[in-house]
Design a protein around this ligand. Sequence first.
Ligand code: PML
Ligand code: MG
Length: 270
Amino acid sequence: MKELYSVRMRAAAGGPHEEGGRHISGAERLVPEGDVRQVVGAMLDRALNHSRGRPDFINLTLEALPAERVLTVPLLPIRTLAVPDLVAGRRAALNLLIKAGVVRCAAERALTALQALPDSMRGAMLLSAATGERLDGYGGRGVRVTRMDIHPASRLAVREALTSYGLGNNHVLEAGILASKVVSAPGVVAELCWSDDPDYVAGYVAIATCYTRFSYLKPYGSPIGGRAFFVREGTDINATISYLQEQPVLVVPGEDWCVVPEAGEARWNF
Ligand code: PML
Ligand code: MG
């Protein structure tokens, strides 16, 4: 691969994000030149037909990146935990975060902070894994993870694997790619996310070894979702933020990558 293009889209209603517009949709791809035209078209369609509303501001950015700047990181295995409702989902997510090394009060603070958001953020909150204190200075915008994608040679096979488990929607693949980059960032212990799309109630916890989906993490119809990244004490926050926001990353499934078949709560012993 000679060169890759970072293609980024963000859409808002009521003006640009930076002038207080409401976030509608965002997308990230890292593709060879031959795919740029199709990817831009698909992003535009997506921005204009979103369940969060009709945008009146769309920013599309294209940036050529030399292949030698691009890092590869492993795609996390993806498993699903079927939970009966939101309360069970959040309890299981909390327990998994604690198992991963996030201190209970920090995990609880993150859940409270995500629930209390007045509206969705374009990016994520960076929180201390020890205390839950907010560490980034990006306010309502949050830290936006950019310049990542699945390796073009693996996209089709991974999509097919996900589709065979009923996970062929854009949410799972895109979130799996983003989370794989996030947990490869210096100092990041875990990520917690639930969707801002009103009709999508699933969410996940990602740690260094796995992406665990929970079938319910938010109420149906809610347009408020978000992401929290938990960072180890003593981490150089600026280095972490710059990796997340700037380092181009291609995610590659290893030989043992898989979609773990759905498991019941008892099996995972949460
Ligand atoms: C989003 O697409 O809005 C966030 C993704 C949430 C969960 C994705 C999944 O089903 O694994
Ligand atoms: Mg969304």
